[in-house]
Write a protein that binds this ligand. Structure first.
Ligand code: F6P
Length: 553
């Protein structure tokens, strides 16, 4: 049992039964039909977040009207939220209660952006990290040869990579290392233990100017530690055995002693609290590379997140963006049987958003054990994938149009430079894809399209079936003025809270990741040559790998 009082699996609640009946009612109904005779639909199913200090300024809009639901379903989804006592969950979440009930700790990442008070325990003070980051930006840190540090390489994986990587890609100045006469610090990320990733970054690097930041909450992740060790060997080979390598390392970790034991100077180990989970950690000292890349705008990032926190905590469910995003996702997954969600950011800067979202959703809610230890009777987190538009249109959208699978789509659309025609193409494409994937193209429309090409009737008849697109791919479009630190903060916090809503209603713990541990154990056994307990196929593969190694030596 958890610490959250009596628990009723959501399937046993009245709203769930009502929603299951709605799903039957809607079965087979085309999405476009939901718009017919319903002139208010778009208005009623669009949520807008206004600037609290300037109500004329819209900060973010989410149009849910292309989702396969209607007012009655929304009302019952909100009823389900109430029946699962989501208000109480949100209250306890922001109050720092140990909602991560398996690991008996709070999940209080909002505290890192001022959205809630920090629970007790150390690690929430980022002042030392901030001073260090600004010193680095201003060229006040020197490496072992006396040369100024100008290149930060983050060594981390999962939450210690994806959040800061995404944010740096989205926000760092794309104009290179010298902007307006000011030299910026180059920021790179290495996550993969495949030597090629580190080698590629190091191939164009000057050892004397590098700072490696070993980002690992646990300081126990084999891939990160192996890369950190490889980085140390490389530095030694370039700078000599006597070089003071401590000048080229810093760490962000909750395991201070392990980081110091690795050889990081104690004053360069920046803590993060145990109540900040890896996939929620970009707001903490794990954001060091972002702070180095964007300086003071880091605070705008935090403010954006905090505004979403306040909205989530205070807005009634009828107007609450994360609540709607969570409920609509839950409706698609648990009632409509939609197994995958494609995140489609129409922004090059958000190209890593799908990877970040994969960890956020799949590591948080990819679970089947409920709070009371029983097994869920419904599907939980979907398979999350995606890619930046318009690139994906020329790759995987074909399946969305004519494949056999239903996929829910999240279009993320920053408007950007109003005067750049390419930006206009980008945004128009996002809007058009959402429309076309919903409306589809029937036989008659296919014939009309072919007729416009002046084809003979027999040819039209032959080709038309191949042009049919069934449509009915449900989507949400999230639009905001521009991809800056403030809006990125809002966007990431929006999805974080969406995940909370879903985890709470499904009745799972969104904040542990025991499954991941399982695979790690087998990898550890293989590393120590213990294959005895594995199945015959695994033993064979381990032996084959060994043979190939012998052959390659
Ligand atoms: O193995 C999964 C995981 O624990 C993630 O939850 C985490 O973000 C990642 O590994 C990296 O962990 P760490 O920051 O402790 O190196």
């Amino acid at each position: 049992m958890d610490n959250m009082g009596t628990f009723t699996p959501p399937q046993h609640l009245p709203a769930w039964t009502a929603l299951a009946a709605h799903a039957q009612r809607l079965a087979g109904q085309p999405l476009s039909a939901l718009f017919a005779n319903n002139p208010d639909r778009v208005d009623r199913l669009t949520l807008t977040l206004e600037n609290p200090t300037d109500l004329d300024q819209t900060m973010l809009v989410a149009d849910f009207s292309k989702q396969q639901f209607d007012d009655k379903i929304l009302a019952d989804l909100i009823r389900l939220a109430h029946e699962t006592r989501l208000e109480e969950g949100i209250y306890r979440f922001f109050d720092g209660e140990p909602l991560n009930f398996t690991e008996r700790r709070a999940a209080a990442h909002m505290a890192m952006r001022g959205g809630s008070p920090p629970p007790s325990g150390s690690g929430s003070d980022t002042r030392a990290m901030r001073t260090f980051a600004f010193d680095l930006r201003e060229g006040l840190l020197a490496g072992s040869t006396g040369k100024t540090i100008r290149h930060l390489i983050n060594l981390g994986i999962g939450g210690s990579d994806l959040g800061p990587r995404l944010a740096v890609e989205a926000l760092a100045d794309p104009r290179g290392n010298i902007v307006g006469g000011v030299e910026l610090v180059q920021v790179d990320f290495v996550a993969n233990v495949d030597p090629r990733e580190l080698d590629t970054v190091l191939a164009r690097a000057d050892a004397a100017t590098i700072l490696f930041v070993v980002s690992s909450k646990s300081f126990n992740t084999p891939e990160t530690l192996a890369n950190a060790e490889a980085a140390r060997q490389w530095l030694r080979s370039k700078l000599g055995d006597d070089a003071d390598l401590g000048a080229h390392f810093a760490a962000v970790s909750n395991a201070l002693e392990a980081a110091i034991a690795f050889g990081i100077r104690p004053d360069r180990v920046f803590p993060l609290p145990d109540w900040v989970g890896g996939r929620y950690s970009v707001w903490s000292a794990i954001g060091l590379p972002l702070l180095v890349a964007i300086g003071g705008a880091f605070d705008d990032f935090l403010v954006g997140g905090r505004i979403m926190d306040d909205h989530f905590r205070l807005a009634p469910f009828e107007q609450n963006l994360p609540v709607w995003l969570g409920l609509v996702g839950l409706w698609n997954s648990s009632f409509l049987g939609i197994q995958s969600v494609a995140a489609l950011p129409y922004a090059h800067g958000l190209r890593s958003f799908p990877s970040w979202l994969q960890q956020l959703e799949m590591e948080s809610n990819g679970k089947r054990t409920l709070r009371d230890g029983s097994r869920t009777e419904t599907d939980t987190a979907p398979i999350v994938w995606g890619g930046a538009g318009t690139i994906g249109q020329h790759a995987f959208h074909q399946l969305l149009y004519q494949g056999t699978r239903k996929v829910a789509l999240d279009f993320i659309v920053p408007i950007g430079d109003a005067d750049d025609p390419r930006q206009r193409i980008l945004v128009d494409n996002a809007i058009a894809q959402a429309a076309a994937l919903m409306a589809g193209r029937d036989f008659d429309a296919a014939c009309a399209a072919l007729a416009r090409r002046d084809l003979p009737a027999a040819e039209i008849e032959r080709l038309a079936p191949h042009l049919i697109c069934e449509g009915n791919q449900p989507s949400t479009t999230i639009m905001f003025p521009q991809l800056d630190a403030f809006h990125l903060g809002m966007l990431l916090a929006l999805y974080e809270h969406k995940v909370f809503v879903q985890g709470w209603i499904w009745g799972i713990n969104s904040f542990d990741q025991y499954g991941v541990e399982h695979g790690k154990e087998i990898a550890r056994a293989l590393a120590s040559g213990k294959t005895g307990e594995q199945d015959a196929s695994t033993v064979q593969l381990a032996q084959l790998a060994e043979e190939f190694r012998r052959y390659m030596r």
